[in-house]
Design a protein around this ligand. Sequence first.
Ligand code: IPE
Ligand code: IPE
Ligand code: MG
Length: 259
Amino acid sequence: MSRLPVAAARPAPTTALPAVLQADQLPVHVAVIMDGNGRWARQRGLPRVMGHRQGVEALKRTLRLCSDWGIGALTAYAFSTENWSRPGEEVSFLMTLFEQVLARELEALQKEQVRIRFLGDLAPLPAKLQALITEATERSAVNSGIHFNVCTNYGSRQELVQAARALAAQVQRGELDPEAIDENALAAQLHTAGQPDPDLLIRTSGEQRLSNFLLWQLAYAELHVTDVLWPDFDATALTQALVDFQGRQRRFGGVQEEI
Ligand code: IPE
Ligand code: IPE
Ligand code: MG
């Protein structure tokens, strides 16, 4: 099977790109591990949760920049399956924050034609948040703008396990021949089914690990780690990540083109 990325539409930029960026060399899909909220707050003598509040502003900023610059999709890691192990007050604060932000931003997302989806196991989330997620997903499904995936109670291993289980159930029902299970069949059972894989993964706060994020989908992504803490992530930091991406030679296992 070809390992080349799925072709995806690259919208035209709606605002001037920074001069160092070339529109035809931007990633189609950017994924981001938004890390460092707690450290940002600690550096200022504030409670950790204030870093999460500021992190929301950084996410809104990043979504708008990606949309304006013609990036087709943004996937952000908001809450991992492992984040439940944090202190109860921090988890509650985050769930309430997600609810408040989603309720507050829904109209703006509609106006900007953002198509929002939530990837992960949504069943354990508070009922009110689940209802808002359903509303936002349904209302924005036909929007023509950037595809915005928010990974909430997302864990890549859990996602792969449920994909394996779904395929096994199809085999058991006699609907699927085990020999017919290929990369496409497995990818079709993931939360990201139908979407192109990310071309670029950005992780903030200097941590050099994946933390159970999109293990399958990032197989050939370019990685950019920045020391910037997520609440400080801005146009300059995004530009740096995109310049880094533009300079990479992507080979997908092949050989470098002769220059
Ligand atoms: C990322 O920031 C946000 C979430 C995981 C929800 P952290 O809260 O992990 O911040 P640090 O890593 O402790 O600084
Ligand atoms: C990854 O960050 C999860 C999110 C950004 C939502 P963490 O801060 O939870 O990851 P670790 O614990 O440093 O690996
Ligand atoms: Mg962290």
